[in-house]
Structure formats: C-alpha cells, structure tokens
Design a protein around this ligand. Structure first.
Ligand code: WQD
Length: 346
C-alpha cells in the first residue's frame, strides 16, 4: 500500500518538481494549491513525466474548513510537505499584511489538522533568508549560525514559521518536523515539461536571464558590482531544483521511517559552493552559446551581499547531496525557456 503524502503548493515551482520525485519514490501524492502563483495544467505535466496523475484540490490552506475537507476526502495522509506560501521578497515589503496572513495562517491550519488526522510528519519549506547576511567568519553558513533580524516580511514569515513549528512540537504535539533551509533554487525538469514560471516580470535572477536570452526582456540589470566580493557582484548558492526535490524525498523518508533523532531537525539545502552573479552569467553564456545583453545597475535594496551554505549536515545525517552541476541547471533553465517559446507561451 503506498504511503499518502500531502503536498501544499504542489503546482508551484519546487512543489511540482518534488511531487514528481515523490511519485518516483513510490508515494501517493495529493496536491493542494490555490493557484495564486501557478496553473492547474502543471498537474498534466506531472502526469506526463511520471505516468501517475496526482490528486489535485484547488484549495487555499488559509481556509481551515476547506483544508480539513481534503484530509477527510483523502484519508491516511502520513506526511505533509508544506510549500504553499507567498515568496517574493520585494512584494512582501509592499504587502506585509498579506504575507503575514497567508504564510502564517496556512501553516497554523496545517499544524492544527495533523494530530487530528494522525499525520506523522511535516517537511517545512524554509529559507537561507533566515540567516540574513552571515558574518564573514560564518561563511559557508551552518545551521547553528545566528538567526539575524529579517531583511523583509517574507524572510520574517520564514523565521516566525520555524518558531511556530518548534513551539508546537515542544508543546507535546505528536508530530515530527524537518525544516529545510533552501538557498537559491534554479533550473527546470530535464524533460522541459515542467519548470519555473514566474507571474509577470521575474524578480529572480535565472528566469530574468533566460527571458532576456530569448528576447522577452530587453536587457538584464546586474544589481551592483561594488560589493566586497572577488568580482564585485553578489554571491549565492544556486541549487538545481531537482536536487532540492530529492532532499525532500530524503527528509520525508527519514521521518516516516522513524530515523529522525529529534522531533525537529534543521538542514541547509544547497550545493555548498558560492557563485557570483557575474560567474553565473559567464557560465550561462558558455553552456548555452547565447551572448547575454546586460548592464551594471545600482544595488537592489535588501540584497544580501554573500551567502552560501555549509551542507555537511544534510550530506552526513540526511544522506543527501546535490549531484548536478551549475551548467546542467542553467542548461535546463534555457531548454525550458525555449520550450515555452515553442509552445507560444513566452
Ligand atoms: C539573486 C542575485 C540579485 C535579479 C530570493 C529569496 C529566497 C528565494 C530566492 C524564494 C542577487 C541578483 C537578481 C536581477 C540581479 N525566494 N539579481 N538582477 O534575492 O538571492 O533570494 O529569491 O524561494 O528566499 O530571498 O534571489 O534571484 O532575486 O537574486 O542582479 O534581475 O541576483 O541582486 O544578488 P535572492 P534573486
């Protein structure tokens, strides 16, 4: 009998790639998504890749009654991966109440229902944003690094939600949790059937690069080249989204197999390598053969100068490691962009 997993935000960028890998690992996946930042046809794409159509319910996790109906319709949910959240740093500064309400109420509703429906574990989608700008001596950043004052309401919701999970478990809730702190997820599924599909003008670097390369955008602005880094541009830990999806499969198995040593565990999920914006642009040009039109522009408010992860704990304890190269991730993003053009979407 397959173990049933609920994936909230499962038609989103990371959620859809994780659903594919959960199905490949033999789980029965139920997707809940309110389609506020994704499209229902992603379910078709998941089925096309895996051959298995996941159940899909168009439900907002902030609606407790509608969410509970999903637990009743699909009995025996053993684990939950909670992606559903708003995630644009800049937008969160403009609409803080929407971010606090959406990102926090959705998690609280999930946690309220878990004991009632005997759900064993939750994997929570957190972010390296909680570290803020690590002190230079703390790079690469480990899970023990101090949590800094959040740079945005988005980042603050990640910090608050981590605390909510920990406090709920400490109160004696009969659940286990793994908090995964992502670095920068990039790329698209190697099949180019699903991929990153931001609404409107992309805030993130990779979709802006591929849209510039294909001509949807005129020119990429590199936000600052006067940082205290080797080439002056910001440094990040860019992780291929399929590697990130596999980290969720490893984390879910760890909980369902009862291998977690503490009721709440925290793991950095990155490559462990820092790459600058200019290095990434050069790598993109080299692996795609496309010359990118870009200019150096002023710094973007709120940007962290340099952050990349120490991923030893995930490697050793979770038994997970990123296995794809930056070139493979960027090539997959470019192939996805070309596919969108072929399909007349962008
Ligand atoms: C990366 C670098 C920019 C766009 C955020 C969130 C994180 C996660 C990913 C959700 C920065 C530079 C970008 C552009 C540029 N969010 N850049 N020109 O800000 O590191 O992380 O998104 O999952 O939690 O904090 O990602 O891709 O926006 O920026 O020069 O047009 O690229 O300045 O240095 P970021 P990003």
């Amino acid at each position: 009998m397959k173990q049933r997993i609920l994936v909230t935000g499962g038609t989103g960028f990371i959620g859809s790639h994780t659903t594919v890998e959960l199905q490949a690992a033999g789980y029965d996946v139920v997707i809940v998504d309110n389609l506020s930042n994704s499209k229902a046809d992603v379910v078709d794409g998941i089925e096309q890749i895996s051959g298995i159509r996941p159940a899909f319910e168009n439900v907002d996790c902030c609606n407790l009654e509608a969410l509970e109906a999903v637990f009743q319709k699909y009995p025996g949910i053993k684990g939950i991966i909670h992606f559903a959240a708003s995630k644009a740093v800049g937008e969160s500064v403009e609409k803080p109440l929407m971010y606090y309400e959406n990102n926090i109420v959705s998690l609280i509703n999930i946690l309220k229902l878990m004991p009632k429906y005997d759900v064993k574990g939750i994997i929570f989608s957190s972010s390296c944003t909680v570290y803020g700008q690590p002190d230079p001596e703390n790079l690469p950043v480990t899970e023990e690094a101090p949590i800094k004052v959040a740079e945005s309401p988005y980042g603050n919701t990640k910090q608050i939600n981590e605390e909510i999970v920990q406090d709920f478990v400490k109160s004696g809730a009969p659940i286990s949790a793994i908090l995964l702190r992502y670095f920068n997820p990039i790329g698209s599924h190697p099949s180019s059937i699903i991929g990153e599909m931001p609404n409107g003008v992309p805030a993130n670097l990779i979709p802006y690069i591929t849209q510039t390369a294909i001509g949807v955008r005129e020119q990429l602005s590199v936000f600052g080249d006067d940082y205290d880094t080797p080439d002056g541009t910001c440094i990040r830990d860019f992780i291929y989204v399929v590697d990130l999806a596999m980290a969720h499969v490893a984390a879910m198995a760890r909980i369902l197999d009862g291998k977690n040593s503490d009721p709440v565990e925290i793991f950095n999920v990155g490559t462990g390598t820092g790459v600058s914006v200019m290095e990434l642009i050069n790598t993109f040009e080299k692996c795609t053969g496309v010359k990118l039109n870009y200019k150096i522009a002023p710094r973007r408010a709120g940007d962290i100068e340099k952050v990349w992860g120490n991923v030893d704990k995930a490697n050793k304890v979770l038994g997970w490691k990123a296995v794809h190269t930056l070139e493979e991730a960027l090539s997959s993003a470019w192939n996805w962009q070309k596919k969108l053009r072929e399909r007349g979407i962008m």
